[in-house]
Ligand binder design. Sequence first.
Ligand code: NI
Length: 235
Amino acid sequence: MSFEITHAMQVLSRTPGTLRHLLLGLDDTWLHADEGPGTFSPHEVVGHLLEAELTNWLPRARVIRAGDPDAPFPPFDRFAHRRLHAARPLDELLDRFEDMRNANLAEVKTWDLSAGDLNATALHPQFGRVTLRQLLSTWTVHDLGHLAQIARVMAKRYRDAIGPWAAFLPVVTDRPQPSGWDRLAACREPLAQSLRVHVPEHLTQRNAHYGELGSCLAERGGSRLTLGKCGVALP
Ligand code: NI
């Protein structure tokens, strides 16, 4: 289906309220559940969505709007919420997210986007040229993906409790726990920040030599380290 900005805004404007109704007042055991090391809890998803609202979607859309088709996007750290928002209460994060989302949607409305405007481009650090239409579509799908993730993480808390019904409820078996190497990859950014070292991406790929990553980190932290929140210990 083709992208319509008014239709996208119907979804984007509802996300803060959807999160508020789904999460506010829930016990911490729901809010801080996750799918294993390196994965997001519902509380972390809200912090991540807030951070994306502040530093990803509109800052990047403004780069496209400025008119240079090859201007680079500002970087986005998808783990920044772990540094910035981990200790903040959920109601505060939800309020801030809602305020930022409303402000961002109000700004997009003032642009009165034409089809030509939506075809304007800038440079994504990994994908190269992307259009404003793709960026705004992704903003919408990113919300829906994280809402689905929250529902999945919460459902999995009762995976054992539902007994044989698990066979008919794939939400409790989708996305199995990441493997060791997936965990390393997911932890690369927070790890690099917490240890103040650069961890090259190729060292966290599946085909990397385990000892290479170990020795790279050991230079700074001794012979045995735990990788940030993901809890993978290196020899
Ligand atoms: Ni995300």
